[in-house]
Design a protein around this ligand. Structure first.
Ligand SMILES: [Zn+2]
Length: 355
């Protein structure tokens, strides 16, 4: 029997076996040229526009995506605290012009952001998506407190220097960012959001620079607290750069470290470190694995290449349930519509789980 998209995703997320493999591919949709005209810059200060760009993506697809990941500017909280950014050319990118935290005492100047005030546009986007009948469960992107501190609120050099010399001030700042995340997450769930894409470690300064003890005492502790906000779909996105990843720095992926996180889904760049098949052996039955498509290479290539890679991923990781076909991170806004449809087509044709 065919399930609807919500049931399919919830079943897979909780390590069950739905009627077929669910799929999702995410990008900075407001910057996609074939969606006619949306603006990445405007989407980040107007919640209605942000929601409409995501709805336009769903509408444009011939094969409906099972899970929608809503992607605001990942440094939108840092912007509210006073860091400055510049957007040009509607390419989904930004340039950081200034950081809010330069001196150790600046960590204590951060305040808890109010979802109904400073973050009202992000919340409004969620309200519009929840109030529009589109049948697609959606998760909203949240950057962990440490990720925000490293990338946006401050920068890796300043953060690590302050952490060494003024740990109390840094911890106070991190707790304020975490409280802002929690307040927003609670309001988002109340507004009808199905859960979160919780990103850790984006853009570097993370895996190679924290000791294991610091990962336990600082990042995991804060993340567990943030993820204690109850929601149906909690996807942990384990980000990396080409230079550093959690496998290279401590074999964290294959040691099962990410089982410590109170989430039901894991997503990471499986073509750069630890394939979905290998991860399934470590995390299968405990976490749903989401991945299988190389967002840098295959998703930018041809529908034929996408279908071949997707079939392989389904063979490697779908057995026993608990698998979502997805990219390893955000795909470029330049990926053509045909490539999204290729992913939708392949799960219709081959997305069956072996029991
Ligand atoms: Zn990422």
């Amino acid at each position: 029997m065919n399930q609807d998209r919500y049931e399919r995703v919830i079943t897979a997320a909780n390590n069950g076996t739905p009627d077929r493999v669910p799929w999702s591919v995410w990008a900075h949709y407001p910057a996609i040229p074939w969606l006619k005209y949306y603006s990445w810059e405007l989407a980040n200060r107007n919640g209605e526009h942000q929601a409409k760009a995501h709805l336009a993506l769903l509408q444009a697809l011939d094969y409906k995506m099972d899970l929608l990941k809503v992607t605001p500017f990942f440094r939108s909280m840092a912007y509210q605290w006073g860091s400055e950014f510049e957007f040009k050319n509607n390419d989904g990118k930004d340039t950081q012009k200034t950081i809010f935290v330069n001196e150790p005492e600046d960590w204590e100047k951060l305040w808890v952001l109010d979802p109904k005030k400073e973050l009202r546009e992000n919340l409004h986007c969620i309200q519009v998506l929840a109030d529009t009948p589109h049948g697609t469960p959606f998760i909203y992107s949240i950057s962990s407190a440490v990720t925000q501190a490293l990338q946006g609120v401050s920068n890796p050099e300043t953060f690590h220097q302050h952490l060494k010399e003024h740990p109390d001030a840094v911890m106070k700042g991190l707790e304020t960012i975490n409280e802002s995340n929690k307040e927003f997450m609670k309001a988002a769930v109340d507004a009808g959001c199905h859960g979160f894409f919780y990103g850790i470690a984006g853009r570097g300064g993370y895996w190679s620079r924290f000791t294991k003890q610091q990962l336990i005492d600082i990042t995991l502790k804060l993340d567990k607290d943030a993820l204690s906000v109850d929601s149906e779909l909690q996807m942990l996105h384990i980000c990396n750069t080409l230079d550093e990843n959690p496998e290279k720095n401590g074999k964290l992926m294959t040691s099962g470290w990410f089982n410590e996180y109170p989430v039901n889904i894991l997503n990471w760049w499986d073509h750069h470190f630890v394939s979905v098949g290998e991860a399934k052996k470590v995390y299968g039955g405990k976490k749903c694995v989401a991945g299988g498509l190389d967002h840098k290479k295959t998703l930018m290539s041809t529908p034929e290449a996408i279908m071949a890679e997707a079939k392989q991923a389904i063979m490697d990781a779908a057995d026993g349930g608990g698998f979502i076909l997805a990219g390893g991170c955000t795909v470029s806004h330049e990926a053509p519509l045909a490539n999204y449809n290729a992913v939708g087509k392949v799960v219709e044709l081959y997305g069956r789980y072996k029991k």
